[in-house]
Design a protein around this ligand. Structure first.
Ligand code: SF4
Ligand code: SF4
Length: 250
């Protein structure tokens, strides 16, 4: 069956306006499949005052695709409340400023190389029927999706790396644990960096160590560097003289 929804480029237009009073208001925040990026988790756990472990435990579940190295962290809907998102209220999204990238994109999603697509129709999403004209580029900027995308640039390039895409032999739990720890469970990763032999093994300057102690975004950068060093063999970290790569790094 052919996909008849129009493909859009960054400078093309679509019509949309979402607001209270529409019959569909907040209906799209129920029973929806949303995969969270590391930056999504970082931002939401911080806004909710939770540790990364608490957030992951309460609001996500893990999807493991057989043969794929990259674990997927899925936003958990509230099974006790008709599968609604935990953060939807009558007034809309209770974490609007901190909502995930996928929510910022809606009703668009990425499609193909640099393209976009409206992912619902006007029967479900009334905001598409009568709304304001938007250029895709302006919409993404207005919703903070462009900024989120930039923050998740490392995630994008990691996920699309050919090693991560290979099908065979990558369903190694150790690999997935390393990715989850260093990219998603940042508070635990901080404990690992500061409390294990990590700093004895890797040659990090004082600024990097201070930033990793105090700044989640800097810590996430260190997490990406460790994954790239350990899994992809890239020179993103430097071992101290006389130190060999350990099992933890592979
Ligand atoms: S379905 Fe569309 S118009 Fe309705 S609340 Fe969701 S995004 Fe807004
Ligand atoms: S995070 Fe907000 S926008 Fe996203 S599904 Fe939940 S309530 Fe809706």
């Amino acid at each position: 069956m052919s996909d008849e929804r129009p493909q859009l480029q960054l400078d093309e237009d679509f019509t949309f306006a979402c607001h209270k009073g529409l019959q569909c208001y907040t209906s799209c925040c129920r029973d929806v499949t949303i995969m969270l990026t590391p930056y999504d988790v970082l931002r939401m756990k911080k806004a909710l005052g939770l540790t990364s472990s608490q957030f992951l435990e309460k609001y996500t579940h893990l999807v493991q695709v057989p043969g794929k190295a990259m674990p997927l962290v899925q936003f958990r809907m509230n099974e006790d409340n008709d599968k609604k998102c935990h953060f939807v209220s009558e007034g809309g999204c209770a974490i609007y400023e901190h909502r995930p990238w996928a929510c910022r994109m809606f009703p668009l999603d990425e499609h193909g190389m640099g393209g976009f697509q409206v992912v619902v129709d006007g029967v479900r999403c009334h905001g598409l029927v009568k709304g304001d004209p938007w250029k895709v580029r302006d919409w993404l900027k207005d919703q903070g999706a462009t900024q989120s995308k930039e923050m998740d640039g490392s995630y994008e390039s990691l996920v699309s790396h050919e090693w991560m895409q290979e099908m065979a032999g990558l369903d190694n739990p150790k690999v997935q644990q390393m990715i989850l720890l260093s990219l998603y469970d940042l508070d635990r990763f901080r404990e690992f960096v500061l409390g294990s032999s990590f700093l004895d093994r890797f040659d990090l300057d004082e600024d990097t160590i201070f930033a990793a102690k105090t700044d989640d975004v800097a810590l996430l950068d260190l997490g990406y560097a460790w994954v790239r060093f350990g899994l992809l063999g890239q020179k993103t970290l430097k071992l101290k003289e006389g130190v060999g790569q350990t099992e933890e790094d592979k």
